[in-house]
Design a protein around this ligand. Structure first.
Ligand SMILES: [Zn+2]
Length: 68
């Protein structure tokens, strides 16, 4: 299984959509150094969405609500 992650160059230009601070890469997520929001990287694509816009399946909420 190839590990897909993002390049350093890309990481350098990315910023937190909430507070515009730098992000640090941890395994397959980006973690904001400012507000500590976490953004998943899916197939090499970082999902830089504010938590309220994040698709439910990528949320790391305490209660994962499944519909139906
Ligand atoms: Zn932030």
């Amino acid at each position: 299984m190839p590990k897909r992650t993002i390049s350093r160059e890309l990481l350098n230009i990315l910023a937190c959509p909430v507070c515009k601070k730098d992000l640090k890469l941890k395994k397959n997520e980006l973690i904001c150094t400012g507000c500590s929001n976490r953004y998943p990287i899916v197939d090499g694509i970082p999902y830089l969405l504010p938590p309220e816009l994040m698709p439910e399946k990528y949320r790391r909420g305490k209660r994962a609500r499944s519909r139906r």
